[in-house]
Design a protein around this ligand. Structure first.
Ligand code: C2E
Ligand code: MG
Ligand code: MG
Ligand code: MG
Length: 288
């Protein structure tokens, strides 16, 4: 009986696996078409400078308007696109689109773009970035590239070279989701990084009894090393007060300020907070 059960279980898993494989195959086919069919869209979420109270940067966050499934989260898109090798083409589209959108914003506002490790380690990453700036006309100092700790796993000369070349170009590098990956504190001083984004998991329980020690420690260390410090995922005023207390945190991001919103909406938000621009231009994205 135990054996029969076991076999039944096995068959069940096998069926489910076949379904998963089929679902995955369809997803990959759909993803390939999506780029050509212009089904992707970028939403934007502001980062607030805690000193000025103004928006300093808006982070571009990918959305997929699937014709049947509706909106698909980047959490379901990015890993598949990475496996397929599509992330380089998709990443190129995201980078150029985000730079062009930023050109429509007040000059004081930068754009932050998430880079996958594959994208960051592609051979011509520097020319990709330079080209995106060139076609959009965006000054380098208004572009921030968000990488995660996994992009820094290979502590090679090449990684160092790419980071310092990007810095020479004038682009800022921001270490995203800090504290979720391998979290080596040595990353913070070994690599030329300008910003650290402390993951929102650091906020868990801070309203209750869990002390802020860890978050404050990482924030203070990063600030002392000359980096800007962002805390992600601020949802309540209490959290905002707690992280603002000792001055190490320079920016905050989270639903308390705004959820990620479509490009039309972010333009309205920025115009309202920074004053209007009259010379609004429409840009067309070149196909390559
Ligand atoms: P991330 O780069 O750390 O982006 C922050 C995520 O946290 C976003 O989810 C955002 O909507 C969410 N978030 C922001 N504030 C709050 C908050 O107060 N509470 C909660 N619970 N969540 C908050 P989203 O848009 O679903 O993106 C998820 C992840 O997908 C991103 O994490 C990033 O790793 C990846 N991703 C998104 N867009 C891109 C992209 O264009 N390229 C690449 N390579 N990855 C992307
Ligand atoms: Mg990010
Ligand atoms: Mg993040
Ligand atoms: Mg995250």
């Amino acid at each position: 009986r135990a054996k029969a059960d076991g076999r039944g279980t096995f068959c069940f898993f096998r069926d489910e696996m076949a379904q998963t494989v089929e679902a995955r195959r369809i997803l990959e086919l759909d993803l390939r078409k999506a780029l050509a069919n212009e089904e992707f869209e970028l939403f934007y979420q502001p980062l607030i400078n805690l000193r000025s109270g103004k928006v300093s940067t808006c982070e571009a966050l990918l959305r997929w308007n699937h014709p049947v499934r509706g909106t698909v989260s980047p959490v379901d898109i990015i890993p598949v696109a990475e496996d397929m090798g599509l992330i380089v083409d998709l990443g190129r589209w995201i980078l150029r689109k985000a730079c062009m959108e930023c050109m429509k914003w007040p000059e004081a506002v930068s754009v932050a773009v998430n880079f996958s490790p594959q994208q960051f380690h592609q051979r011509d990453v520097l020319s990709e970035v330079r080209y995106a700036l060139e076609v959009s006309g965006l000054p380098a100092h208004r572009l921030e590239i968000e990488i995660t700790e996994s992009s820094l796993l290979h502590n090679t000369q090449l990684t160092h070279d790419v980071l310092s070349q990007l810095r020479t170009l004038g682009v800022r590098i921001s270490l995203d989701d800090f504290g979720t990956g391998y979290s080596s504190l040595s990353y913070l001083h070994n690599f030329p990084l300008q910003k650290v984004k402390i993951d929102r998991s650091f906020l868990e329980g801070i309203d209750s009894d869990r002390p802020l020690t860890l978050l404050r420690g990482v924030a203070r260390l990063s600030a002392d090393l000359g980096m800007s410090v962002v805390v992600e995922g601020i949802e309540t005023n209490d959290q905002l007060e707690l992280i603002s207390a000792d001055g190490a945190v320079t920016e905050a991001q989270g639903y308390l300020f705004s959820r990620p919103v479509p490009s039309v909406r972010i333009r309205q938000l920025l115009n309202a907070s920074h004053g209007r621009r009259t010379d609004e231009q429409l840009h067309v994205i070149p196909s390559r």
